[in-house]
Write a new protein. Sequence first.
Length: 463
Amino acid sequence: MHSRHLDIKIPDDMRDAVISIIKRFRDRGYECYLIGGSVRDLILGNEIYDYDFATDALPEHIRRLFRKTIPTGIKHGTVSVLVDDHQFEITTYRSDGVYLDGRHPASVSYSAELRVDVERRDFTINGLAYDPLSGDVMDYVGGLRDIEDKIIRTIGDPVLRFMEDGLRPVRACRFAAKLNFAIDEDTFRAIPNTLDIVRKVSKERVRDELIKILESKKPSVGIEYLRTSGLLELFLPELAECHAISQNKYHIYDIYYHSIYSCDAAPKEDPMIRLAALLHDIGKVPTKQPGDDGDYTFYNHEVIGAKIAKKIMKRLKFSNEQIDAVNILILNHMFHYTDEWTDGAVRRFIRKVGLENIDNLFTLRMADRKGNGARKGLPAPIEHLKKRIERVIEQENAFSVRDLNINGYIIMDEFGLKQGPLIGKILNELLELVLDNPVLNERNVLIGRAREILERRKAENGD
Ligand code: ATP
Ligand code: MG
């Protein structure tokens, strides 16, 4: 027998909808089970994002059983149905034809047997089917045992299964991170032999898996599997290179381990901060130099690192918005706040980083510190800087040229100047003055200062 009775609780808000779908199929003489990730996560007590169903009913039959259906993946036998405002995917049992390109099956064929459907799936823990009416879990592939042992194992021969679809090795690392499971030895050993197939997978699919790793409880588990299997070298060679590159007396970890532990220490709710934490020191490899005292220095690594991160993210097809978010965090992660900062310095810091990015930058800095391993506790100066920033924002001060109580037209008028780069230069100098001393932000005062600036420039270079 392949079934085992388990006491599984479906959350109250979904229970009625799930049961009603299964009953509808049963009443018409069809089979229908909850399947895949949802069964795995129900057993583990994890949050469930999608409830997926498998049935022996053909897609056209599924569509007749429900009032609202969407043919989301009809080519592969998947129909979405809407029940109680929730959307569910229901897929006809199928086996996949041959994989010619290492990415997609050339064809799919429907089957009347659950077992056939289970065998096309990737890992044993994803191959369980659950009947909530009887409480039986159907397990043809040893998935229950592997959940108990916390093991990721392919269904069938790992080399063959990985050759079919090159995304599966990356998924193995993703599930290891998400569930904090180990990858079975044979499954793991198959990965280095299938890298040529993995290379064919679209960057978008890899990016999506990487984001899921970043959203898991401990990304370091997945990233370490990516590295030791050779996958990291394929997708993030710049990070793989950080391995075994030592730092200096302030660090106990090499650049790579510091990076992945910093990533763990950033909040899982924000994958872009996690990515920034993972890549924040990536510029340390090309900037490492012995300093005067014999210890290593990494001057300018934040600037070089921000550029490298941009290149990586472009390659992996992240959006421009995501690239900018990570870039600004890496570029600014090296600020050194001391009590000596003037209010003007605090304002310049706000302007450089952008008010909307400051909280994230502090979050990154905390993660960086936690990932250091040697330093403990919260960095007090950051708490202090936070308060200073709040105070500065409260005093309504000028932050950009647009907030000056003067503009380019007034300056052109006053001094008989034509439009051109000089006007912008004068406005920027005025802004610097106002940032240091907000009381200067008065029209007449600014005109006076503009005159001084003009005279100085004339004396300097005959502008
Ligand atoms: P998540 O919680 O991330 O959604 P999941 O297990 O539901 O995890 P999905 O990518 O949503 O993962 O896929 C649903 C199910 O489809 C999987 O549990 C697995 O049974 C099957 N599956 C998905 N992708 C593949 C693949 N590349 N090869 C084989 N089977 C797959
Ligand atoms: Mg899913």
